[in-house]
Design a protein. Structure first.
Length: 223
């Protein structure tokens, strides 16, 4: 297969992969951020301490993290078909990608938020600040560099998941690697797919690291 034949396929595969990862990342933030914050807030000694709620959320997150993605994707086929009307294609792949990423990101959020000095939280509460104020004015701003680093890790994990989703009919670079690189023994195409994935992962990592460094410099300059 010549480069002129590979290029349009790789371009479309890259677009499909970025589409899947982009939407799944959005849903991971929307779902994982509040879950991670709640895991901290409902823990012992925290503003919303509630052992039952904390345990329930923890169990849900642990179950979501314990399932290998390929098994999760197959198990969710009926749900995916119910939500989007099909179990194949990039849009269908977003469903299991998002559900798999939410608990993954939630744990990273929990770790980042726990690093915030508890004394800052107590100071805001002593001044009459509500729990909402604590979250918006202390926990999230102070944990922002770690949250960005966690999000970077999540995006890179999703890129790997998207390749597995593609191999199971989700489209994107995973489907191309399986169809052309493996089944048709197009070694050049397989190599090109690997290179594109490496470039995407490297770009995401560099961008995430750059934002984290920028946030740390801003903290030092305002500290």
């Amino acid at each position: 297969m010549t480069w002129d034949e590979m290029r349009p396929l790789l371009e479309q595969g890259t677009i499909d992969t970025l589409y899947m990862v982009g939407w799944a990342t959005l849903y991971a933030v929307v779902g994982g951020l509040p879950l991670g914050v709640l895991l901290v807030l409902t823990d012992r000694g925290r503003p919303l301490a509630n052992a039952v709620v904390n345990r329930v959320i923890g169990v849900i997150v642990n179950i979501g993290r314990s399932l290998p993605f390929i098994i999760l994707m197959v198990a969710l086929i009926p749900f995916t078909r119910f939500v989007v009307g099909t179990a194949v294609g990039p849009t269908a792949a977003v469903v299991p990608l998002a559900i798999g990423a939410i608990p993954f990101f939630a744990r990273l959020v929990e770790t980042a938020v726990r690093e915030v000095d508890l004394g800052l939280v107590e100071a805001v509460q002593a001044m009459g600040g509500s729990t909402w104020t604590v979250v918006l004015k202390v926990l999230l701003p102070q944990a922002l560099p770690s949250l960005v680093a966690g999000l970077t890790t999540t995006v890179i994990a999703l890129i790997g998941y998207s390749a597995m989703a593609g191999a199971a009919g989700g489209g994107g670079l995973g489907t191309l690697a399986l169809t052309y690189g493996y089944q048709r023994f197009e070694n050049g195409f397989m190599l090109a797919t690997v290179v594109v994935l490496i470039v995407i992962v490297t770009a995401v990592q560099l961008l995430g690291d750059g934002i984290v460094r920028l946030l740390h410099r801003r903290e030092r300059s305002t500290g």
